[in-house]
Design a protein around this ligand. Structure first.
Ligand code: NAD
Length: 234
């Protein structure tokens, strides 16, 4: 049974050098969401969309996990499958830090997807519109990320975990993208304690029982230490 569900967002990777979406100077300051992160944008201009994700894939590949990613890996190492880490992030910094039980609800930059046959494979550093699917040979390859207007991955598993969790934590997310922004209310309705860890109050701060403000690299390690101190050691 899942005892703790942790949702992470772009803020946890900010100190690893990966831009967030909505902060000043973030990705949306230089790229309009409608131009690069919707199925319609990809249909209209696949070259631009591939260029955007190729740049992000290369940046993410070079990034290294920070103390917050490492603290969550430490938590999983002790609590195992009692912890479900759900991330909105498309980078692999949780895995690089050592987390294994990670659900990428918005997909992964490291993945490629054929939108004709649904085949998935490891994305090359540079994807191009003329690339063909290794399975069906269609020229229909796209980054394996969930765009605005598409259905996130793993929702059944996430909702099951939220319904049985004793605690829900959200780290480095602005609470503006649904359905993830609604997880806190779902968890509360099922009786979970709730905590938000973020640089500044988010859109959904008032829904949490507790909000801790600060840099993820500092506050997440402290929170994990407190949790591990409260877990009976076998
Ligand atoms: P967001 O940009 O909307 O919000 C980021 C939040 O993190 C803000 O509330 C901000 O105050 C906080 N933050 C910034 N720096 C922080 C730090 N050092 N420590 C703690 N918190 C910090 O991001 P979001 O809520 O994840 O938005 C959702 C969308 O952003 C998702 O669809 C996700 O796929 C995408 N995204 C992912 C990445 C990535 O994979 N690294 C990067 C950018 C955007």
């Amino acid at each position: 049974m899942t005892r703790i569900v942790i949702l992470t967002g772009a803020g946890i990777s900010a100190e690893s050098g990966l831009g967030t979406f909505r902060d000043a100077g973030g990705l949306w300051a230089t790229h309009r969401l409608e131009d690069v992160a919707t199925p319609e944008a990809f249909h209209r201009d696949p070259v631009l969309v591939h260029q955007f994700y190729n740049a992000r894939r290369q940046q993410a590949a070079a990034a290294i996990p920070n103390a917050a990613h490492k603290a969550l890996a430490r938590l999983e190492a002790t609590m195992g499958h009692d912890v479900l880490l759900v991330t909105q992030n498309v980078d692999d910094l949780h895995e690089k830090a050592g987390s294994r039980n990670v659900l990428h609800m918005h997909g992964r930059l490291a993945g490629a997807l054929c939108h004709v046959c649904g085949h998935r494979w490891i994305a090359p550093p540079e994807m191009r519109p003329e690339d063909s699917c290794p399975s069906c040979r269609a020229n229909a390859t796209r980054p394996d990320v969930v765009w605005f207007g598409e259905y996130p991955h793993g929702m059944d598993r996430i909702e099951q975990a939220l319904s049985e969790a004793a605690m829900f934590a959200a780290i480095g997310t602005s609470g503006q993208v649904y359905p993830a922004a609604g997880f806190v209310m779902q968890a509360r309705q099922c009786g979970a304690d709730t905590v938000e860890l973020n640089l500044e109050p988010s859109e959904t701060s008032s829904a949490f029982a507790q909000t801790r403000l600060g840099k993820a690299s500092e506050i997440v390690s402290l929170w994990v230490d407190e949790l591990l101190d409260s877990v009976p050691q076998g």
